[in-house]
Design a protein around this ligand. Structure first.
Ligand code: GTP
Ligand code: MG
Length: 201
């Protein structure tokens, strides 16, 4: 690697992370608590999508991750799909007290495969662990499902276990490192080609 190429390189990797899952599973709250914001008790249905960013330092590597919060509601599904593309990390969320949200995972996963063309890593999060007394899907059942499709799974609570979700995110970021490096390198290559082209004109 020559020096000029090194100079162009940022000292961090950037990535897009998206949360998908039915309305009410807790996507907005998982992102809020990751960003250090307060947990919201009331329903606050997300319309379309929005993003917030957080920097992580993992094994001496810095990552700037853009967290995309999407609308789970059927009403906004068409618009939400516009935000899938370019995601490097996809987290499918279900609510452990809602069998319906668990059964929907297959549909979310299928749709994502159809839309995202680039490489990405993904995992499943079962949220609302604090409501274990109302649990409708056993840990065994969810583990078996995740294993059957080769995905990581973590049961968390946005309300009472923000660290659990953050740890899971960090695991996925580590796994996505080669994808993020490739993306950075191809952007740098494109930029250097554009610069060269400009000089000749
Ligand atoms: P959409 O924006 O409609 O797609 O929903 P969402 O997935 O963003 O859900 P949201 O974060 O708005 O949470 C829905 C409801 O579940 C709210 O009333 C939250 O307070 C509640 N909730 C979210 N996470 C938890 C949790 O870990 N435990 C408990 N007890 N409630 C939670
Ligand atoms: Mg929301």
């Amino acid at each position: 690697m020559n020096e000029s190429k090194n100079k162009d390189k940022k000292d961090f990797l950037e990535g897009k992370l998206i949360l998908l899952g039915d309305s009410g599973v807790g996507k907005t709250n998982l992102i809020n608590v990751t960003m250090g914001k307060k947990f919201l008790e009331n329903d606050n249905v997300t319309i379309t999508a929005s993003f917030s960013e957080k920097t992580f330092e993992i094994d001496s590597n810095k990552y700037k991750i853009y967290f995309w919060d999407t609308a789970g509601s059927e009403r906004y599904r068409g618009v939400t799909k516009l935000y899938y593309k370019g995601s490097d990390i996809v987290i499918f969320v279900y609510d452990i007290t809602s069998i319906k949200s668990f059964n929907s995972l297959k549909e979310w996963i299928k749709e994502t495969k159809e839309i995202i063309e680039n490489d990405y890593v993904c995992g499943i999060v079962g949220n609302k662990k604090d409501l274990y007394k109302e649990q409708q899907i056993s840990d065994k059942e969810s583990k078996e499902f995740a294993q059957s499709i080769g995905m990581k799974l973590k049961i968390v609570s946005a309300k009472e276990d923000r660290e659990g979700f953050i740890e899971f995110v960090q695991d996925l970021i580590k796994e996505a490192k080669p994808i993020l490096e490739n993306k950075r390198d191809s952007i740098l290559l494109k930029e250097s080609k554009t610069k060269k082209h400009k000089c000749k004109c």
